[in-house]
Structures are given as C-alpha cells and as structure tokens.
Design a protein around this ligand. Sequence first.
Ligand SMILES: C[S@@+](CC[C@H](N)C(=O)[O-])C[C@H]1O[C@@H](n2cnc3c(N)ncnc32)[C@H](O)[C@@H]1O
Length: 266
Amino acid sequence: MPDFAPGPAPQNSIFPEFVCYPIRRNRQRRRGRRTPFRTQGAVSDGTAGLKGDRTMQDTGDHDWLKQGSTSSAEVGEIYDNWAAEYEETLAQWDYRAPVQAAALLRAEVPAGAALLDVGCGTGLTGAALRAAGFTGPLDGIDLSPASLREAEKHGVYRRLTAMDLQTLPLPLADGAYQAVICVGVLTYIPDGEGVLREFARLVAPGGRIMITQREDLYRERGYAALFGALADVVGDIAVTGPLPYLPDNPDFGAEIGVVYAMMTVS
Ligand SMILES: C[S@@+](CC[C@H](N)C(=O)[O-])C[C@H]1O[C@@H](n2cnc3c(N)ncnc32)[C@H](O)[C@@H]1O
C-alpha cells in the first residue's frame, strides 16, 4: 500500500468527505509569544490550508513533543506533569484530532456502541465522542494517573484505568468493545503492529479501530506495510492523507500533519 493512498474503501466510507473538513485560513492571532513560521516540506493533498505565511505560538517548554519518546516511564512523567495545563495548551495549538477522529468513528459505528478510548489522556477524545453523539459505555485507559484524574472531570467515562500499552496483553476481555479509538498516542509506541493486534483482540468482529499517527512517524515506522501485515485480523483499512495536526505549534505547523486510519475488525 503506498503511503497515504486510501486503502480498500470501506462501504459508506466517509474518508472522501473527511478531506473536505474546513481548514481555517487567516486565523486570528492567539495569546502568547509568536515565532515566524517557515513553510517547508509541503505535505500532500488535504493540507493546502496549512501552506503560506503564518505566525504561531512558541512551544515554550514543550520542545520535547516533536522528538517524542518511547520510554513509558519518561512519557508517563511528562504527561503527569502536563495534565493540568494540557487542554489549554492544546487549544492554543488548535488541536483538532479528537473531534475529527470522533466524527469519523460516529459515521461508521452505532451511537450506543461500547467504546474504548486508548491513551485517553485528560479526556478530550471522550468529550468529543459524546459531542459526536455516542451514548453507550465509554472506557478510557492511559499511562498517566494525573491525566486520568483530569479525564474524570469531563464526566463522560464509565471507567478510567491506568494501563501501559507497552505491557501487553492489556487486562481487558476479547471483543469487549465495538470500537477502539486511539488519538495522538502511537507516537510513543514503538511496536505499532503489536498494539494494533491488541486493539483487534479487544474489538468484536465487524467493529472498528480508529487511530491517528503523525505523518513523519507513519513513514519512518512503515505503517503502510504494517497495515498490510494485519490482514489476518482486520479487513478494510481506510487511510487519510496527512491533515493538520497541531497547526499553531511551530514545531509541527505545516511540516508534520496527522494521518487518520480506520480498520474493520475481521
Ligand atoms: C498527546 S496525548 C493524547 C491524549 C488524548 N488521546 C488526546 O487526544 O487528547 C498522548 C497520551 O498518550 C498516553 N500514553 C503515552 N504512552 C502510553 C502508553 N505506553 N500506555 C498508555 N498511554 C500512553 C499519554 O499518557 C498521553 O495521555
């Protein structure tokens, strides 16, 4: 499967629609220090709104974010320390992935479905799932206890539990959910195939897995080939081209978009 080319289109695929999500232009300035944004390494179709002159907010003390880390101990500590400020910071960077991923999932999964939000963090995705119309049981798991305490405040989860995606299998039953959603998390998981196989185990046949991955890591970690290797556990896979991820974070901006992928579990 070539990078970012759509996989076999699921029936009623909403992915063609998805690339039509409005990308805001001439954005209003937000508070905080500004650094000039360099347009560089233009990404493929679907990101046109990111190109051109822009100014955006300095990442301040979040320089580590672009580099990422695959040490669960390190990542857990970072997110614990960030939990109280996380949602405000992400709003400043115009983070859209939870809302967009939730909308994609809602178009393919019944409103009452049991859902697992993997790497739920402070609960942005849970809130987005409810706003998208999901009414069924929603569980969240994450490495960071402080983030889980923030997530509790949204009042949208049935259960919130600390778990490490690098310690598999997770203590959850086979086929317990009709969908797993995992937004902004796979940066920190070096064994993409292992974790996607685990998601497939947790989802009942016919259910969906919705993930995001940074476009640079999608390429570096060979996600196109990785999807091909999952043929025994998932059927259709649909993948978007890179779309805006953290458009107002100068380390990401137009240089690093996000890829959304939806899989149907066999
Ligand atoms: C960028 S945040 C995304 C949070 C939420 N999904 C969102 O979109 O706002 C990444 C989350 O992944 C979690 N995470 C990172 N590595 C993890 C691991 N090994 N196991 C479980 N959660 C992990 C972090 O604690 C953090 O809450």
